[in-house]
Write a protein that binds this ligand. Structure first.
Ligand code: ATP
Length: 518
């Protein structure tokens, strides 16, 4: 008899859940703190054997949907180093800043805006808890209790609105004195020292600078790119001409980006070295808002195609737009610490191409054969952090289940198409020709699928090991294999097993692991 799941525990306490995910990621070779033997390096992480497979699979899933599935999108791989004038033109030298504040007692540095955002998140959590509690208590309906809960929720919402209004005004005006005053008025304390002894808020540029050239003296300052987008803009005409692209068309790129982020305990959500997957879509001026809507829909469909639940995503339309944008939205994901930005979709107008045209003195125009005119195209950008996407997948996948026999099963329910190992091939026992037969099957499959062979320990323990790393399918060779050339195929989430013919394994796996990108 198959064991069955009697409880799917997504854990009440989100802090606990997040800690468990981080510990699991380390224990099972997904993510290690960088330079761990030297006590680590803040906000920098290394990906282990399963982590780098998952990362490759996410990147590949994005690339396929963008480049392979769109005739009018091509990819590039531009260098991390670029001419320093690129960053002057893009505005990063002058304006890529975060407002920082130090706590004088703990000597810890924080992003002042994040302190306020965390405060707002806490109120939002309180509202959610009230509503959740209330939904359990109102059976039978109790009017007095309903009124009390409603009153509290309204109070919280009022507070949130007030804080929001003040916060938005400070950020918009770049008024850092008012931002500090807001932190003081909200009585926000340093999580380390517990004190409210804050310095003033100061601006801090996020770009990492280094010297290019053999002599430091006369050397030029170059920057590690803080986004991959500029590598696309400066190659716009090279790509358009060589790939013979006609507007509307897109250029996609994945690669490392670097930001000197000041962060507190956010794991791979906010890193100093991370990877982006960006696509810039060039359109006729005037058509940009229509394409903005198109990409807003297309990107949410891409996320939903992974089948982890549409309730995990929401849009956050920007009310206050960056100076270069005329529309912007974030796709937010429900991380264990709340809804946060996963991807940005921005209508960037012609700001970037015009800025490069001006700073380089080179024309960045496109001749449109349909209208017989030349113009600087407008741009829609879709920009997603690969590491953030990784965290979204991992945090939703992590599940603890209590089984019928009261044992706990820890399983990573990663969408099969993204899973690091697709199939484990297991001999039931280490004798009677089963290992040899299993290896034969392994040889057949490993050309097309990432496989693992395991013969150590009882079969139940081996299944659990595969569950813990998220392997969607296990194939087991047993006595019956020699009678009728069949094996069992076990599915990770349901733990159901079926017998299939050895001759049919490859086809079956192709069916089960097919890309279904919309
Ligand atoms: P945030 O507001 O969270 O700092 P952002 O608005 O600065 O993000 P963008 O500049 O729009 O982010 O970058 C596009 C995407 O790159 C983000 O949606 C996010 O997924 C990812 N990203 C940005 N900064 C980081 C980082 N420090 N670590 C990991 N991913 C990041």
């Amino acid at each position: 008899m198959q064991p069955y799941i009697i409880c799917d525990n997504q854990m009440a306490n989100n802090d606990d859940l997040f800690k468990k995910i981080i510990a699991h990621a380390k224990e099972y070779g997904y993510i290690f703190p960088s330079s761990e033997i030297y006590d680590g390096l803040s906000a920098v992480y290394d990906y282990g054997p399963y982590g780098c497979e998952l990362k490759n699979n996410i990147r590949n899933y994005w690339w396929k949907s963008m480049v392979q599935m769109h005739e009018n999108i091509v990819g590039i791989d531009s260098a991390i180093f670029m001419h320093p004038k690129v960053w002057k033109a893009s505005g990063h030298v002058d304006a890529f800043n975060d407002p920082l504040i130090d706590n004088k007692d703990s000597k810890k540095r924080y992003r002042a805006d994040v302190l306020v955002e965390d405060y707002l998140q806490k109120i939002e959590d309180k509202i959610e808890k009230e509503v959740e509690k209330a939904s359990k208590r109102f059976e039978p309906f109790d009017e007095q209790m309903f009124r009390q809960t409603n009153g509290r929720v309204l109070e919280y919402k009022k507070k949130m609105d007030e804080v929001h209004t003040r916060f938005a005004a400070c950020m918009e005006a770049g008024n850092w004195d008012d931002l500090k005053q807001l932190i003081v008025d909200l009585e926000i304390v340093c999580p380390i020292s517990g004190s409210r002894n804050w310095t003033d808020v100061r601006q801090f540029n996020l770009m990492f600078a280094t010297q290019m050239g053999s002599v430091a003296d006369g050397a030029d300052t170059v920057y590690l790119r803080p986004e991959t987008a500029q590598g696309i803009f400066i190659n716009f005409l090279n790509v358009q001409k060589t790939a013979r692209m006609k507007i509307p068309f897109g250029i996609a790129q994945t690669g490392k980006a670097f930001r000197n982020e000041i962060v507190a305990r956010q794991f791979i959500f906010r890193m100093k070295e991370f990877e982006q997957m960006e696509m810039q879509f060039f359109v006729r001026p005037g058509d940009e808002l229509q394409w903005f809507d198109y990409w807003k829909q297309a990107r949410i469909r891409w996320h939903e195609s992974l089948g982890i639940g549409s309730d995990m995503y929401r849009y956050h339309d920007h009310e206050k737009l960056a100076h270069y944008a005329n529309a912007a939205t974030d796709i937010e994901f429900k991380f264990p610490f709340g809804f946060k930005e996963l991807e940005g979709i921005h209508s960037r107008t012609d700001f970037d191409l015009k800025a490069h045209q001006q700073h380089s003195g080179k024309k960045m125009q496109y001749f449109d054969p349909e209208t017989n005119e030349s113009y600087v195209p407008y741009v829609i950008e879709t920009s997603i952090g690969l590491d953030r996407m990784f965290l979204a997948i991992l945090s939703k996948a992590y599940t603890e289940e209590t089984l019928e026999d009261n044992s706990i099963r820890t399983v990573l329910k990663i969408p099969p198409v993204l899973a690091p190992v697709k199939v484990a091939v297991l001999p039931l026992v280490k004798k009677d020709g089963m290992p040899e037969k299993a290896r034969e099957i392994l040889n057949l499959l490993q050309c097309n699928f990432m496989c693992q062979y395991d013969e150590k320990d009882a079969i139940g323990r081996r299944y659990r090991r595969q569950d813990a790393i998220g392997t969607p399918f296990c194939i087991t060779v047993d006595n019956e294999t020699f009678e009728n050339n069949t094996v069992t195929l076990r599915e990770r989430d349901s733990m159901q097993q079926e017998r299939i013919s050895v001759n049919n394994i490859e086809n079956k796996l192709f069916q089960l692991l097919k890309f279904k990108i919309q």
